[in-house]
Design a protein. Structure first.
Lengths: 77, 120, 541
């Protein structure tokens, strides 16, 4: 379940990223946010609400940062 | 190493002191008026005010005793940060002096009345 | 927002960063390493505790009883046991403490501290409480943890300094958030193919913005933990407790003393430990406190981590009957919200509330907290060097760059060198106090690295520090295998899972650093000749 939660967080962040900028597509925004909400719920289920929420937020920050560094910007923003 | 430290201090102060004159810095830095005054307020009075507010707030916060004592302690970093930034950002230095002095005096009065057992 | 306001905030942001940046890196970097101090690095640094240690409840109970007779009834008001099974220290520690009236009407706490071998519970040291808590005995893990807490400057100076750094980090975060208003739009912006300055600028923003909550939590909890004992608790106790800090701490502490009946009845310690392990397999128990040992009304508090409760849980038992009374959080049993916040405060700073996963996340995000001020300072240097009309001379920027390389690179090199030093000291001076040697190694290497960029070419110095750190990291695993005989190929036999994992992690990180070194060497010439667009940098701010 932990792996699924992490994958969903990564996917959610990836959906929000549009070549180095926050996506303007409503569909992607909704999908990205929903995926992250599901990931947060999974973390809460695994670790309890308080711990799970903190772990999700930390994971979101870490994966977001790493993804941004790895993907870079394909076009100038 | 000493030279570097001197240069570093020089760098820090030249950057903000409007009176500082260096060969490369002909234009005056007017970002902050009364820089020294503001720095004194930000470093000295901010610390005094935020420390005095910890026991001071405990006297009037309408909360359970644990929270009345505990919350001001937890608020300390936020109060310090807010006052520090306010010291530099406020337009009028006089206003900063007034706010800081008022905060300190009011909270000292609260502490005095709490310790002496009198209510103002 | 008006442009003058933004300019003021920007100036304040850069000023605070310029003054505190290097120190913030040092604190944040050692903090990222210190996340693993207890127990991982503690286990790695001490051969005796590398294999798992079972909780020997009966051995513990008989040892406590034996030494209780030795210290006498006056010192049985509080008995505190640090269980060796969590391997948070190299010994099992027992404190027998009594409360004594002073001539001026106050109360004095006196006691004896015994340290036992973690496996066979043979006596290692015996000290009175005052001597023990003033002892400065460090291995590399405790050295790093204390260095992070107070830079080894002691109390109150060290704590005030680290606490103030937490506060200034909060100022940097608040001003930074106002300056970078287009946070969401630039959240994913990292332009690696453009100029070096632009990459620094984007890197600074990406690390700041993504981890802004983490930085804020670390700044707030760090400021609180640093200033708590030196400013906050004395100030809080001033009115509520008439300046009596101990009374305040007692009010907020979960462990309460019972009303002593003065009727002797054995405390069923072994039963209580066994019941706790059986009833709560999710918890890893680390401390036991017995209030009124050997009395009919004795209370036993056994605390552990690992459950959903953020700050750990404490199980309370009636000592004489081993009857379970309740489960409480450390501060959470207090009425009001303060206890709940205090319970969250410590684990959120140390990252010890979700096993190795959370520790690893905390360490990586902690490294980003360290890199944010560094990228900011590098950006300031870059802009200064490339500006048409710079505020300071070129030499000033270059010297600042040297200071940055020496101090920040030096602390990384010195930290890595401690691993090698610990292995060598354990071998050459077994069962001896290595504190002085640890201090000399760390500060000697740091000082050397600090001077290096001023002696040789700064780019060469940076490469030397990166290469040195990488090589030392890679060397840890073979040296450990050579000196202790513990390695990956006999790990199932020795059960040294934690220490071998530390070795492997260091090998991986060392290899990574060597790859970085190799890339640096390849790209050094290309990077030097790369044109730097000042307008692009300014545009990014």
């Amino acid at each position: 379940m932990l792996a699924v939660a992490m994958i969903l967080t990564t996917l959610g962040i990836y959906l929000l990223n549009n070549h180095g900028a926050l996506t303007r597509k409503m569909k992607n925004q909704i999908l990205g946010i929903s995926t992250n909400i599901v990931a947060a719920a999974l973390f809460c289920n695994l670790y309890g609400v308080t711990r799970g929420l903190f772990i999700y937020l930390a994971m979101f920050a870490l994966l977001g940062m790493l993804l941004t560094f790895l993907l870079g910007s394909k076009k100038r923003v | 190493m000493i030279i570097v430290c001197k240069q570093w201090l020089n760098t820090v102060f030249c950057r903000f002191n409007s009176d500082a004159r260096t060969a490369s810095m002909q234009r005056k830095n007017i970002t902050f008026n009364g820089f020294k005054n503001r720095t004194f307020l930000a470093i000295v009075l901010t610390l005094i005010a935020s420390v005095v507010m910890i026991p001071g707030m405990a006297t009037y916060l309408p909360l359970h005793k644990n929270d009345a004592i505990g919350l001001p302690t937890l608020f300390f970093p936020f109060i310090w940060t807010a006052l520090f930034i306010y010291s530099y950002m406020a337009r009028s230095i006089t206003k900063v002096w007034l706010v800081m002095s008022a905060l300190i005096l009011i909270h000292i009065a609260c502490i005095y009345f709490a310790l002496s057992g009198n209510t103002p | 927002m008006k442009s003058i306001t933004i300019k003021k905030l920007y100036t304040l942001h850069s000023w605070v960063g310029l003054i505190t940046g290097i120190l913030l890196f040092v604190i944040a970097f050692t903090g990222a390493v210190a996340v693993f101090t207890r127990p991982e690095l503690k286990i790695w640094a001490n051969e005796e505790i590398r294999a798992e240690i079972p909780i020997q409840s009966h051995k513990i109970a008989t040892t406590i009883e034996q030494y209780a007779e030795k210290v006498g009834p006056a010192y049985l008001e509080e008995v505190h046991i640090r269980l060796p099974s969590t391997r948070n220290s190299e010994t099992a520690r027992v404190i027998y403490e009594g409360h004594f009236d002073t001539p001026n009407g106050g109360e004095e706490h006196k006691g004896t501290v015994y340290e036992f071998h973690p496996l066979n519970w043979s006596l290692v040291t015996e000290n009175d409480m005052e001597t023990f808590f003033n002892l400065e005995k460090y291995d590399m893990s405790t050295f790093l943890a204390h260095f992070h807490a107070d830079l080894h400057l002691g109390r109150p100076l060290g704590f005030i300094l680290t606490g103030l750094l937490g506060l200034t980090l909060m100022v940097s975060i608040v001003t930074g958030l106002f300056i970078h208003r287009k946070i969401l739009a630039q959240l994913f912006t990292f332009r690696i193919s453009k100029t070096f300055s632009l990459m620094l600028n984007d890197g600074h923003k990406v690390m700041s913005v993504w981890a802004v909550l983490f930085h804020s939590v670390i700044a707030f909890t760090g400021a609180f933990l640093g200033l708590a004992t030196v400013i906050l608790v004395p100030a809080a106790a001033y009115v509520g407790f008439n300046g009596d800090q101990e009374k305040l701490l007692e009010t907020f502490t979960a462990i309460k003393a019972p009303i002593i009946a003065n009727v002797a009845q054995p405390t069923k310690l072994a039963d209580i430990i066994d019941i706790s392990i059986q009833q709560r397999p999710d918890l890893t128990f680390d401390n036991v406190s017995i209030m009124g040992y050997g009395d009919q009304n004795a209370l036993v508090y056994i605390s552990g981590d690992g459950s959903d409760q953020l700050g750990g849980e404490t199980l309370v038992y009636h000592g004489a009957t081993a009857e379970y009374i309740r489960t409480q959080a450390k501060f959470g049993r207090l009425e009001g919200i303060t206890g709940k916040i205090l319970d969250a405060m410590f684990p959120l700073h140390f990252g010890n509330f979700g096993g190795l996963l959370v520790k690893s996340i905390w360490a990586i995000l902690g490294l980003s907290t360290a890199l944010v001020p560094i990228t900011g300072l590098m950006l300031w240097i870059e802009r200064g060097l490339n500006a048409q009309n710079p505020t300071h001379s070129k030499r000033t920027y270059q010297n600042f760059n040297k200071l940055l390389i020496g101090s920040c690179g030096g602390v990384v090199l010195a930290t890595v060198a401690l691993f090698i030093a610990q292995l060598l000291f354990n071998k050459v001076m077994p069962n001896q106090d290595h504190t002085d040697m640890i201090f000399i190694t760390f500060f000697g290497i740091w000082l050397g690295a600090l001077i290096l960029p001023f002696i040789i070419n700064q780019a060469l110095a940076l490469k030397a520090i990166v290469l040195g750190s990488g090589l030392l990291m890679v060397l840890i695993m073979p040296l450990d295998a050579l000196l202790t005989g513990s390695h990956i190929f006999n790990v199932f036999e020795t059960q040294h899972y934690v220490s071998v994992s530390v070795d492997l992690t260091m090998l991986f990180l060392g290899t990574l650093l060597l790859v970085v070194y190799s890339k640096m060497t390849q790209k050094h010439r290309a990077l030097n000749s790369m044109p730097i667009s000042t307008t692009a940098i300014e545009g990014g701010a």
